[in-house]
Design a protein around this ligand. Structure first.
Ligand code: ZN
Ligand code: ZN
Length: 133
């Protein structure tokens, strides 16, 4: 069994692919909902405001955006770069065009869900994993 130190609290835990122990993961997950609500209520808040107000590292916020769990509105003027061509995008890792190209290439490797369903599916999956823990 692979046992590691949690990156946040330093406790030993059984490594499950994440760098945080289940307790800290749960905390992060709660934080995620806080941040999501905050963005919902403050659509024009920029990333550093969100980070400061919610006491979350910007890196973590970006991670959620990359995972397409968080989406900033256009008003916030926040964008991250497409990992393939560097074009500014609002969420995810790639712009539509690169995604389109990749979907053609990788459909056999990654079973991709339509974008509209993705959020819903992911969050319900996350919840189930939690309950399982
Ligand atoms: Zn921890
Ligand atoms: Zn691109």
């Amino acid at each position: 069994m692979d046992v590691r130190n949690c990156k946040k609290c330093g406790k030993l835990f059984n490594f499950n692919g994440d760098s945080l122990c289940p307790m800290c993961q749960k905390e992060m997950e709660d934080k995620f909902f806080e941040v999501r609500d905050y963005i919902y209520q403050n659509p024009s808040a920029n990333m550093s405001m969100v980070a400061e107000e919610n006491d979350v590292p910007i890196q973590q916020i970006k991670k959620w955006v990359r995972q397409e769990r968080l989406i900033f509105s256009k008003d916030a003027g926040i964008s991250i770069d497409c990992e393939s061509c560097g074009r500014p995008i609002l969420t995810g890792r790639y712009c539509k065009e690169c995604k389109g190209k990749m979907t053609n290439k990788f459909t056999s490797m990654y079973q991709q869900n339509p974008v509209e369903q993705k959020d819903e599916k992911k969050s319900s999956k996350g919840k189930m994993r939690f309950l399982g823990n």
